[in-house]
Design a protein around this ligand. Structure first.
Ligand code: PNW
Length: 456
């Protein structure tokens, strides 16, 4: 095979999220987020794991930046913990909370790594959930206010910003299936949540534009679902359309086209009349962004049928079932399918012409093999990453404007409802000693970055 070379200036990164790595859950004025409450509730997270300590990144930040410098990454995507900056979700910012991110950003810049800041990776201040959470319209205003605080503090040193990470997970895993915080199972409320997340995004883009230099780049990250129909039958194609509506177009249409998907409004008529969408909202949600972040792990195959309630797909019952795809799986039991990433990027090229894309997450959980010398081997992860990067390269060759790739994740971390049992890191973390050990995949990624592509 030929060498697969990426364009000069391609951004090579790693990604993390605050609650998954920071720990220090009650230090420097931080108060509980919905994930603290959720993880401390018995039965919600496997093994009773919480993010109280996590990878202790709050205290080991400099060591972790040094690891990235060794990898040679050009960019690092992290998230800011809202409850560190605004413990009640309202009012003035807490200086100590902001200081941590200033130190992080300064450390990154000293290591010649560009910071990419995500404002919301799922840690809503508990007080805002108590006031109604994302189904409550005011949460969108609160988010814009918080965005303004962070931009005022970091705007002179962070050039790339993302408002929300994966609003689909927030709305539907959080408020419909309830497997994520806050653990509510209210299908109608989850649709309100989705709209208010779009609104929060748009209002935050406005707040960021007002506070940041003109050159700042502002985006949104979606886990756009790569979908395939089980067959060409009308019923299977209708299942695909329904999942695409509530999985993808519910965000893509308001943000990029200033409209609601009409078929979704019809599919969900028994749940809501959508009167929570007020005049002018869709102009706010469509406030222009500079790029779209795409998180991809695996595709889904759907066909006509029924799925288990409570599902995270309001409006699809009883017309859809998810069909397990054949082939190899990761430790999450997610299928390994790099074509899905290529197809997704090609779709977005066609549907969002002129919008640059970034792969803001891609990676895999596998069990590691530690050999007696202490080295950590993860050949399946290397194979997964290699295949997916080849998919990105193929997309570039087919004219998709992909600007960068962020590997999920730098460190083993708190994998949400799975706790510490699932390891996505290219750096192994011993959660007892907090010792970091780069895995084979870390050395492999460093080599990819150094040569600007994949060896043939
Ligand atoms: C993403 N799903 O989560 C998140 O952005 C990360 O924080 C997370 O660690 C990573 O992917 C791996 O899970 C997802 O059910 C969680 O479709 C669940 C789904 C998708 C993404």
């Amino acid at each position: 095979m030929d060498e697969l070379t990426f364009p000069a200036g391609f951004r090579w990164g790693t990604a993390t999220a605050a609650y998954q790595i920071e720990g220090a859950a009650d230090e420097d004025g931080r108060t509980p987020s919905i994930w603290d409450t959720f993880s401390r509730t018995p039965g919600r997270v496997r093994n009773g794991d919480t993010g109280d300590i996590a990878a202790d990144h709050y205290h080991r930040m400099a060591e972790d930046v040094a690891l990235m410098k060794d990898l040679g990454v050009t960019d690092y995507r992290f998230s800011v913990a809202w409850p560190r900056v605004q413990p009640t979700g309202r009012g003035p910012a807490v200086q100590k909370g902001l200081d941590f991110y200033r130190r992080l950003v300064d450390e990154l810049r000293a290591a010649d790594i560009r910071p990419v800041a995500t404002l919301y990776h799922w840690d809503l201040p508990q007080e805002l959930e108590d006031a109604g959470g994302w189904p409550h319209r005011d949460t969108a205003e609160r988010f814009a206010e918080y965005a303004g605080h962070v931009a005022a503090a970091l705007g002179d040193r962070v050039a790339t910003w993302t408002t929300l990470n994966e609003p689909w997970c927030v709305a539907f895993l959080g408020y419909a299936s309830g497997v994520h915080a806050p653990g509510r199972t209210e299908a109608a409320a989850s649709l309100r949540a989705a709209h208010h997340l779009n609104l929060a995004h748009g209002r935050a883009v406005q707040a960021l534009r007002a506070a940041l230099p003109r050159t700042a780049e502002v985006s949104l990250t979606l886990n756009v679902h790569a979908l395939r129909a089980l067959s060409g039958s009308e019923a299977d194609r209708d299942a695909l359309r329904r999942v695409d509506a509530v999985g993808n177009r519910i965000f893509l249409d308001p943000v990029f086209h200033g409209r609601l998907p009409e078929d979704l409004v019809a599919d969900t008529a028994a749940l809501t009349d959508w009167s929570f969408v007020r005049d002018g909202d869709l102009e706010v949600t469509a406030t222009p962004v500079d790029s779209l972040g795409v998180n991809y792990y695996s595709p889904a195959v759907v066909g006509a049928g029924t799925s288990e309630a409570p599902s995270p797909w309001p409006g699809t019952e009883p017309h859809v079932r998810f069909v397990p795809a054949p082939g190899p799986r990761t430790a999450m039991d997610w299928p390994v399918d790099a074509d899905g990433l290529y197809e997704l990027l090609a779709r977005l090229r066609d549907e969002l012409p002129g919008t640059p894309l970034m792969v803001t997450e891609n990676g895999a959980a596998y069990d590691d093999y530690a050999d007696p010398s202490g080295e950590v081997h993860d050949p399946e992860r290397v194979a997964y990453l290699r295949a997916h990067l080849a998919g990105v390269h193929r997309a570039l060759a087919d004219g998709v404007d992909v600007r960068g790739y962020f590997l999920w994740s730098l460190l083993d971390n708190f994998e949400w409802a799975y706790g510490y049992g699932k390891r996505f890191g290219i750096v192994h973390v011993d959660f007892a000693s907090q010792r970091r050990t780069p895995k084979d995949s870390a050395r492999w990624y460093a080599d990819v970055i150094a040569r600007g592509g994949l060896r043939g």
